[in-house]
Design a protein around this ligand. Structure first.
Ligand code: PNS
Length: 165
C-alpha cells in the first residue's frame, strides 16, 4: 500500500491545497494531511482549528465518502519522523511557480538525507490557483476582504466569523 503524508502549515487551507490533495489522493492508496503545530511562521490559527477547517473543506469540496478516506492530523517535530511512524513511502508537496522550487528542493534533499527511503513527490498546483497563498488570504481576510474565490466555502465562513486582528 502506498501511503503519503502531505505536511504543511495550512494557515488556512486554500483552494490550491485542495487541488493538490485531490490529485495526490488519486495517485496514493492513502493520504494523510498533516498540519504542523508550530510553524516557522507564527501561525494565526491554532493547529486543531486549522485541521478542523481542512476536514470541513474536504467534506464540502470532495463529498463525505471521498473525504473520509483522507486522514487529517496535527503533528509536531520532523515531517520524516511522522512519515516513518506512519509507514509512508512519500511526502507530498505542491509547487505553484518557479519561486517555490528553490525552497522545496532544499527541503526535499534534506528530508531525503534524513530518510533515504522516503521520497518527495511534487504536484503542480493548477494554473488557476498559482497565485494563491495562505499569507495573502490571511491579509485580505484581516481587512474584511472577500476570500471566497481563494479558499473553500467552509474556510471562508470560518474566517468571516473570526474576530479581525
Ligand atoms: O505550508 P508550509 O509552511 O510551506 O509547510 C512547511 C513544512 C511544514 C512542510 C516544513 O516546514 C516542515 O516539514 N516542517 C516540519 C519540520 C521539519 O521536518 N523540518 C525539516 C525540513 S525543513
Amino acid at each position: 500500500m502506498r501511503l503519503a503524508v502531505y505536511p504543511g502549515s495550512f494557515d488556512p487551507i486554500t483552494r490550491g491545497h485542495v487541488d493538490v490533495i485531490q490529485r495526490a489522493a488519486i495517485v496514493f492508496d492513502q493520504l494523510v494531511v498533516a498540519v504542523l503545530v508550530n510553524t516557522r511562521k507564527t501561525p494565526s490559527i491554532e493547529a486543531g482549528e486549522r485541521a478542523q477547517m481542512i476536514r470541513e473543506a474536504l467534506e464540502e469540496e470532495l463529498g463525505v465518502d471521498e473525504a473520509a478516506a483522507i486522514e487529517v492530523i496535527t503533528f509536531e517535530g520532523l515531517t520524516v519522523d511522522l512519515a516513518r511512524s506512519r509507514g509512508a513511502t512519500s511526502i507530498v508537496r505542491g509547487l505553484r511557480a518557479l519561486s517555490d522550487f528553490e525552497n522545496e528542493q532544499a527541503i526535499a534533499h534534506l528530508n531525503r538525507k534524513l530518510a533515504p527511503e522516503i521520497d518527495t513527490v511534487f504536484f503542480m498546483t493548477g494554473l488557476e490557483h498559482a497565485y494563491l497563498s495562505s499569507s495573502l488570504v490571511r491579509e485580505i481576510a484581516a481587512f474584511g476582504g472577500d476570500v471566497s474565490a481563494m479558499v473553500p466555502d467552509a474556510v471562508a465562513r470560518r474566517l468571516r466569523e473570526r474576530p479581525r486582528s
